[in-house]
Design a protein around this ligand. Structure first.
Ligand code: ARG
Length: 586
C-alpha cells in the first residue's frame, strides 16, 4: 500500500485515461495536502484548458470516473474545480500499521534506481579560517549524505580540502621559523586561523620592507616552487603541516557528530599529478586555447563586461594551475573513476559562477555526460546580530571550537534547570546533544541558500522550530513509554487511528516517506525540519486530546501508546537524517 499521494496519483491517472483518452494517463493530478480536506486534486483547471472545456465540467467527469472507494470518500468539487478528498479512516489506520511493521522502514520507499552520489562538502582550507561558513557546508552536506543513504543510495563523500597552492610557501617557511614542535605550531590543531594570520603578517611586513632575496617573502615564493617540483624536504614539512590541520578538522567533526572520516579526504593536492594532463587534453580537443599567454576555456553562454567571452583560466601565463583546473580534474575523476550518477557540491553561494563555468566546460569536454547531474547546493552566509558575516568583536573570524563549546555550555544551563535530578555525566551528555543539535538544526532549518542570523538563545529555545523542541518531544514520548511499561500497558498493539486527533497525527506520520524522498531528490534538508516540526505539533495536539496513561480502556490505551511510539521512531529517524541526536530523557 503506497503513501497517500502516490496511491491517489495512481487512481486519478487511471481515471484521466478512462475519461479523456490514453494520452492523459500521465497527466499530473497535482495532489496536495489541503486545509479543507486531507488532500486536493488540482488537475481539473489544467485539463480543462488542454481539452477546451469548462473546469467544473471536467471536475465532474473526473469524479464520475475515479474509483477511490477503498481509499477515500467520493471527492467534493469546490470553487473553480478543486477536488477535495477525505481519506477513509480505516485506510489510514491500515497504512499506519503497515509503516510501523518491522522491515517497513517507516514508509521510506526503496529507490526506483539506486544511484551513486558523490557529495563534495565541508572542504575547509588547511591553516585557514574554518569559519561558520564551513560549519554550514559541513552540516548541510552531512545531512544530505545521511538522507541519501537512508533512501538506499550509495554516497561517496569527498572532502575537497584546500591543501595546495601558493599560501603553502609562506606557511611552510613560517612553520620552519617557529619550529615544527613549538607552541605556535600547536596552533594548527587548535586555532589554525591564528597560525595563518601570523604567517600572512610576516609575509606582508617582508614585502613592505622590500627585504630582498633573503627576506621572508622571497623565501616563501621560492618554497612554492620547490614544493611543486616535488622537493622531498618541502614535501615532508608540508605533510606535517597538513597533518596538524587534519587533526583539527577531525576534532571539529567529532564534536559535531559528523560522519566524515580521513578516508573521505580528497584534497586539492590529490589532483596535482593530473593537472598537466587536464590542460593537455582540453587543449588537444580544442576546448581550451591560449589567450594572452594563459590557457583558457571559454564555455558557451558566459560573457563578461563588453559582452566579451568569459575565460575559465586553467593554466596561468606563469605556468601555474589554479582552483578551476583542480575542479575539472576532480569532476573527471568523480565521473570516470568513482562512477557518479549525480554530484552535489555543497559550497558557498559566492562560488556560483565558478561552478556553472566548470560544469559547462566539463560538458563541452565530454567529461560530464548528459545523464550525470552536477548540482551546486548553494550555501548562504551566517550573519551576526549586526547583519554582517559573523565575526568576533575584534573583527577576526570566530574560532569554531570556541563557538561550539559556548553552545554546549549554554545547553548545559538549560538542562541543569530542566533536570537537576539527573546525574552529572548524564547532564553533560544531554548538554552536548542539545547544544550541538541546536546549532546544526538552525543551519538545517533555514533554506540552504538563505542567510541567517546566528542567535544561540533562539537555537536552544524549547519552543519553536528548534532541535530542543523536537528532542523534548522525543524525550516526553520515551518517558510515557517507560511509565506505560511500568503500568503494564500491552506493547506491540496496532496504532489506534479513530478519533480526529489520532487521525491527524497518523496522516502526518504517513508523510515521512514522501518527505524524505523529496529531501533526497531536491537536496533540501529544511523541508525535513519543517515536516518534523509539524509532526511534533500534531503529537502535542494528539496528546492533549487523547490521554494515554490516564485512559481507562485497556485497548484504547495500548493503541494510543503504539501511535505515540511510532511518532517517536519517526522523530528519531528524521533527526538522525539531520545528524541530530535525541537524548533518552530531558
Ligand atoms: N576550499 C574551498 C573554500 O573554502 C571549497 C571547496 C569546495 N569544493 C570544490 N570542489 N571546489 O572555499
Amino acid at each position: 500500500m503506497p503513501a497517500p499521494e502516490i496511491a491517489l496519483t495512481e487512481r486519478f491517472q487511471t481515471a484521466f485515461a478512462a475519461a479523456f483518452g490514453p494520452e492523459y494517463a500521465d497527466a499530473d493530478p497535482i495532489i496536495r495536502p489541503s486545509q479543507f480536506a486531507d488532500f486536493q486534486c488540482n488537475a481539473a483547471m489544467g485539463l480543462a484548458k488542454r481539452l477546451g472545456r469548462a473546469p467544473r465540467e471536467i471536475a465532474a467527469q473526473i469524479v464520475e470516473a475515479v474509483d477511490l472507494s477503498d481509499l477515500a470518500e467520493a471527492p467534493e468539487i469546490a470553487g473553480p474545480g478543486f477536488l477535495n478528498i477525505h481519506l477513509r479512516t480505516d485506510w489510514i489506520a491500515a497504512r499506519t500499521a503497515e509503516i510501523a511493521a518491522p522491515g517497513a522502514a517507516l514508509g521510506v520507499p526503496a529507490p526506483e534506481r539506486a544511484e551513486t552520489v558523490v557529495l563534495d562538502y565541508s572542504a575547509p582550507n588547511v591553516a585557514k579560517e574554518m569559519h561558520v561558513g564551513h560549519l554550514r557546508t559541513t552540516v548541510v552536506g552531512d545531512s544530505i549524505a545521511r538522507t541519501l543513504e537512508k533512501l538506499g543510495h550509495t554516497v561517496v563523500r569527498q572532502n575537497h580540502i584546500g591543501d595546495w597552492g601558493t599560501p603553502f610557501g609562506m606557511l611552510i617557511e613560517h612553520l620552519l621559523e617557529v619550529g615544527e614542535d613549538s607552541a605556535e605550531a600547536g596552533l594548527l590543531t587548535t586555532d589554525p586561523n591564528a597560525f595563518y594570520q601570523a604567517a600572512r603578517a610576516k609575509f606582508d611586513a617582508s614585502e613592505a620592507a622590500e627585504d630582498g632575496e633573503t627576506g621572508f617573502a622571497a623565501r616563501a615564493r621560492r618554497r612554492v616552487a620547490t614544493l611543486q617540483s616535488g622537493d622531498a624536504e618541502s614535501l615532508r614539512i608540508w605533510t606535517h603541516l597538513v597533518g596538524l590541520s587534519k587533526e583539527y578538522f577531525h576534532r571539529i567533526y567529532d564534536m559535531l557528530d559528523v560522519t566524515l572520516t580521513d578516508a573521505d579526504l580528497a584534497g586539492e593536492s590529490s589532483y596535482n599529478d593530473q593537472l598537466e594532463a587536464v590542460c593537455a587534453d582540453l587543449e588537444a580537443d580544442g576546448i581550451a586555447r591560449l589567450s594572452d599567454g594563459a590557457l583558457c576555456v571559454f564555455p558557451e553562454g558566459f560573457t563578461g563586461r563588453d559582452e566579451q567571452p568569459l575565460p575559465l583560466i586553467i593554466r596561468k601565463s606563469d605556468g601555474g594551475y589554479g582552483y578551476a583546473t583542480t575542479d575539472l580534474a576532480a569532476l573527471r575523476h568523480r565521473v570516470r573513476d568513482l562512477g557518479a550518477d549525480r554530484i552535489g557540491y555543497v559550497v558557498g553561494t559566492a562560488q556560483e559562477l565558478h561552478f556553472r563555468m566548470v560544469f559547462t566546460s566539463a560538458r563541452e569536454a565530454g567529461w560530464l555526460p548528459e545523464q550525470v547531474q552536477a548540482e551546486h547546493v548553494k550555501i548562504g552566509s551566517v550573519l551576526g546580530e549586526d547583519g554582517k558575516i559573523l565575526r568576533t568583536r575584534s573583527g577576526a573570524s570566530l574560532r569554531l571550537m570556541a563557538l561550539l563549546e559556548e553552545a554546549v555550555a549554554a545547553a548545559r544551563a538549560v538542562i541543569d534547570e530542566l533536570r537537576p535530578d539527573l546525574p552529572e555525566d548524564e547532564r553533560a551528555r544531554i548538554a552536548h546533544d542539545i547544544g550541538i543539535g541546536g546549532v546544526k538544526y538552525a543551519d538545517l532549518s533555514t533554506a540552504h541558500d538563505s542567510d541567517y542570523t546566528f542567535d544561540l538563545e533562539r537555537m536552544l529555545a524549547l519552543t519553536g522550530n528548534t532541535a530542543p523542541y523536537l528532542q523534548y518531544a522525543v524525550a516526553r514520548i520515551r518517558s510515557i513509554g517507560r511509565k506505560a511499561a511500568a503500568q503494564g500497558v500491552a506493547a506491540g498493539a496496532a496504532p489506534r487511528v479513530q478519533d480526529d486527533a489520532e487521525r491527524a497525527l497518523a496522516l502526518q506520520l504517513l508523510e515521512f516517506g514522501p518527505t524524505l524522498a523529496s529531501v533526497g531528490a531536491e537536496f533540501e534538508p529544511h523541508r525535513l525540519c519543517a515536516y518534523l516540526f509539524s509532526l511534533a505539533q500534531a503529537f502535542t495536539s494528539f496528546y492533549e486530546a487523547s490521554p494515554i496513561l490516564k485512559e481507562a480502556d485497556e485497548q484504547v490505551r495500548a493503541g494510543r501508546l503504539a501511535l505515540a511510539q511510532l511518532t517517536e521512531r519517526v522523530l528519531v529517524e528524521g533527526l538522525d537524517a539531520l545528524g541530530v541526536n535525541a537524548p533518552q530523557q530531558m
